[in-house]
Write a protein that binds this ligand. Sequence first.
Ligand code: FAD
Ligand code: SF4
Length: 477
Amino acid sequence: MAKQPMLKFISVDRDMPEKRGAEKRRQDFDEIYAEFADAKAKEQASRCSQCGVPYCQTHCPLHNNIPDWLRLTAEGRLKEAYELSQLTNTFPEICGRICPQDRLCEGNCVIEQSGHGTVTIGAVEKYITDTAWQEGWVETINPAQERAESVGIIGAGPGGLAAADVLRRAGVQVTVYDRYDRGGGLLTYGIPGFKLEKDVVMRRVEQLEKGGVTFKLNCDVGKDITFDEIRSKHNAVMIATGVYKSRDLQGPGAGANGIVRAIDYLTASNRTCFGDSVPEFESGELNAEGKRIVVVGGGDTAMDCVRTAIRQGATSVTCLYRRDRDNMPGSQREVQNAEEEGVKFEWLSAPKGFAGDPVTSVKVQKMRLGAPDATGRQSPEPIEGAEHDEPADLVIKALGFEPEDIPTLWNQKDLEVTRWGTIKAEFTSGQTAMDGVFAVGDIVRGASLVVWAIRDGRDSAAAILTYLNAAQAVAAE
Ligand SMILES: Cc1cc2nc3c(=O)[nH]c(=O)nc-3n(C[C@H](O)[C@H](O)[C@H](O)COP(=O)(O)OP(=O)(O)OC[C@H]3O[C@@H](n4cnc5c(N)ncnc54)[C@H](O)[C@@H]3O)c2cc1C
Ligand code: SF4
């Protein structure tokens, strides 16, 4: 009988792919983790205890069949591991790189709970799919039969692209509209290359294009084309536009020059990594080089800004967050990476005002955590008299995002929204209040995660297929 390749968590320690040294990685925008070597991937996958009730899988928004593809990897059956992994996830190599695994699969892994250190699920997932790309196992979409119906998808982020993939595989004619000049949404212009290199995203966009998905880029719906026109062209429409309205800073001087929005800053940086000419970067307006940088916020966006500023050659980078380290929304792994790269964190600190125009310093108010609010989270409150000035040449606002007012912008009063401005859509199907109009991703959930956008896109695409089949059946009667 073959030797049992699994349950090695007692004899084999947890190991991550090698992380480049902080001094080296500060110099470029390349990813910071190397790839697992084949033997290492097998070894790490073999630590899985093959749980009867796999908590990794239950806590994955896509319910990826993690234990089975770990076993196949440990057995050296990589092609089968890839085939199984891509059944539930449209972009496993992207999730392997940027999912907050410490809060999802790995954080709930049984051997992590028992103190042995989680199986490094994300790194193995990335390894399997990167190998599949190298070996040519990732095939061009080739539907068995073409369908006459078409679907218009507004937004080429992970939600829209995941839906495009499912619909196109079913033979539907798919057009994706996006106001940017490249597909990928925040994968392309929000998330920096040191977390997700851009060719990883671009090859997925190309795969969809080769498979017959039409991209209409530089096309801002509501300006270059109306929503009604899109609706009239297609049998169903999906809204996957994400959330882009930045929350603002308050206090005296908050409107000064040199105080910029995180999305503008990151987009400019990502564009320069593509080799694009970016006037706001070249003029210095959105470039941290030689400047003292203060970033306000404690989420993923703030972490991406501080680490981008380091790579652009800032003289100092300080992050202000009004709660403490344990209560920040961003990933702890990213804070550690940022600290290694030279970012200074000022916890329990909020900006009270700004001096100079252009800005020269931030008045920092020290905070403490007070009584818990309705959600049980302790609210930060100011400590009277505890303030200081933090010098700054560039202040980046990373306080989160809200939805744009789509019903007004697109003149669609029947498109219902929640009190937060997100589009009201049915759980799972994404069906909105308008017939044949579906919505997915951040525009429904509010700022969330890539993996949830993928899940929504896939589920809603399945619901659209049901909708198209029903319409076809009625037409045939
Ligand atoms: C800086 C940053 C870092 C992040 N890091 C992570 C991370 O590490 N891990 C993680 O899981 N999540 C992360 N997220 C969150 C994640 O990127 C989003 O949850 C996810 O991209 C949402 O996908 P989406 O398809 O709903 O929208 P998006 O990715 O935002 O895509 C929406 C697309 O719609 C287009 N669009 C909008 N309006 C129009 C219009 N009127 N006409 C035409 N096109 C339009 C936009 O141009 C965009 O391409 C991060 C977010 C940010 C901002
Ligand atoms: S919870 Fe951990 S040990 Fe259990 S099946 Fe998932 S990866 Fe393997």
